[in-house]
Design a protein around this ligand. Structure first.
Ligand code: C2E
Ligand code: MG
Ligand code: MG
Ligand code: MG
Length: 279
């Protein structure tokens, strides 16, 4: 009867939640030790202008390889770290390591454009975030104008005034900003206009079927027009096939990132790429 069904449903959800909660606790405690145990690594993915003729920059993507959990994807552990606040420590580590690596490459005479580092909402919202970035730049001697911070629209929905102020403070040092996953969140266009933004990143979800889906083409065209109006280029994310690139080029897109142009690579392979691009 209905009562029993209700109970089964409850038991199903309860077991499901327990398993998920257990998994999260497992990930959380393992992640707390990951930095010290050297289980975290940076991967770098090329961003290119006009079909890989020019390297615009490298996006830094975090990788976690746990001895028993295996390779845990960022989509799994980043949201969890955002819930617990652990992302602030991890994000700081990523920023510091990125700047150390970047300074090392520059000292070797290797050019990479900029390093684009992802910053989560709780990290950007931390009261001392601007001071932290300044200190890391100073400690690592990484040129601020080679650092780009990627923020998603969701970072900017609350306390927008204060956050725009933080952006301007960092911009005064030379730091650049990209709006990541653009089109998936809610952005007030009047706020966008007041932000020191250098790039919009058209979300992969609009790129996936762009070769055949007319509404995706219309959305991409609108985002490109918005980029034009703001005076910033639009990077199309997640390009896997030439057909996607061709349609985007037809719409006026010139900046690309995706497996078609380069996979995320660890530092040694990235270095091989940079040496081959050396002017
Ligand atoms: P994101 O910042 O939008 O990064 C792009 C994601 O798309 C990366 O996934 C990248 O590997 C993937 N990607 C790039 N090109 C292609 C393609 O052609 N095809 C497909 N299928 N995928 C492509 P990844 O590395 O798994 O990261 C997922 C998300 O996790 C990132 O999305 C970002 O939101 C977050 N993340 C990664 N590293 C960090 C980090 O250091 N800090 C923070 N806060 N978040 C990070
Ligand atoms: Mg990103
Ligand atoms: Mg993205
Ligand atoms: Mg994303």
């Amino acid at each position: 009867n209905a009562k029993d069904q209700g109970r089964d449903t409850f038991r199903f959800y309860s077991e499901h939640l327990t398993r998920q909660a257990f998994q999260n606790v497992l990930i959380d405690s393992a992640l707390r030790e990951a930095v010290a145990k050297k289980e975290l690594h940076l991967a770098f993915q090329p961003q290119v202008i006009n079909d890989s003729q020019t390297l615009l920059g490298l996006e830094v993507l975090l990788r976690w390889h746990h001895p028993t959990l295996g390779k845990v994807p960022p989509a799994q552990f980043i949201p969890q770290a955002e819930r617990t606040g652990l992302i602030r420590n991890i994000g700081h580590w990523v920023l510091e390591q990125s700047c150390i690596q970047g300074s090392h490459w520059l000292a070797e005479g290797l050019e990479f454009g900029h390093l684009a580092v992802n910053v989560s909402a709780p990290q950007f919202r931390a009261e001392d975030f601007v001071a932290q970035v300044k200190k890391v730049l100073q400690d690592t001697q990484f040129p601020p104008e080679k650092l780009e911070l990627e923020l998603t629209e969701s970072v900017l929905v609350r306390d927008t005034e204060a956050l725009i102020e933080s952006m301007h403070e960092l911009r005064a040092l030379g730091v650049m900003f990209a709006i990541d996953d653009f089109g998936t969140g809610y952005s007030s266009l009047s706020y966008l206009k007041r932000m020191p933004i250098d790039r919009l990143k058209l979300d992969k979800s609009f790129v996936d079927n762009i070769a055949s889906d007319e509404s995706d083409q219309i959305i991409a065209g609108a985002v490109l027009a918005l980029g034009d109006a703001l005076g910033v280029p639009v990077i199309a994310e997640g390009i896997e096939q030439d057909a996607q690139a061709q349609v985007l080029k037809g719409l006026g897109c010139t900046h690309f990132q995706g497996f078609l142009y380069g996979m995320p690579m660890y530092a040694p392979r990235t270095e091989v790429l940079l040496r081959s691009h050396k002017p």
